[in-house]
Ligand binder design. Structure first.
Ligand code: PNS
Length: 162
């Protein structure tokens, strides 16, 4: 049976920390389904399509990676897509409480789905999509923090909004 994992998130936008987790996951799972949250409450900077396109651009030559949008319950999405593992990245202790709560709630909702925590390379432990957007808007350097085309997309997005 195919060993498939879902890697859910907002990915607004994808960072090198996310890329690192996906690359590590590729050595462990047959398939990784990157699940991009469609959440109108969060009003993301990038549309769902833009966020999906940016992830697909990074992994265009990887057959193991699939990218889809999702809304509703994550465990329902995982079940519908025949995945029994949910991957989540843990950067620091500060991530733990929320992730622990979410993992146990997901287990309550569907005991067949297991959460698998992975730590990114230490050089990404301070990195988040939120900080990437803030640094960009304040004119800081995004070198090594996001894939090149993501920086280009940020530039275009902010040019349009000025
Ligand atoms: O990148 P994020 O914002 O940390 O990702 C959070 C995400 C998408 C994993 C989480 O918000 C989620 O799973 N949302 C789907 C709704 C759901 O299943 N809620 C119950 C989880 S306990």
């Amino acid at each position: 049976m195919e060993n498939k994992a879902v890697y859910p998130g907002s990915f607004d936008p994808i960072t090198n920390g996310h890329v690192d987790i996906i690359q590590r996951g590729m050595t462990l799972f047959d398939k990784i389904l990157v699940a991009v949250l469609e959440n109108p409450k969060k009003t993301p900077l990038f549309s769902t399509k833009e966020r999906i396109d940016m992830i697909q651009d990074v992994f265009s030559d990887q057959k193991k990676i699939e990218v889809k949008a999702f809304d509703g319950l994550l465990v329902e999405f995982a079940k519908k897509n025949n995945a029994k593992i949910v991957i989540r990245g843990l950067r620091a202790i500060s991530d733990f409480e929320y992730e622990f709560q979410m993992a146990l709630m997901n287990r309550k909702l569907n005991p067949e789905i297991e959460t698998f925590f992975m730590m990114p390379n230490v050089s990404y432990t301070f990195l988040s999509s939120k900080l990437v957007k803030e640094i960009f808007m304040l004119g800081g350097c995004l070198k090594d923090l996001v894939p090149n085309h993501v920086e280009k997309n940020l530039r275009e997005k902010f040019k349009k909004s000025i």
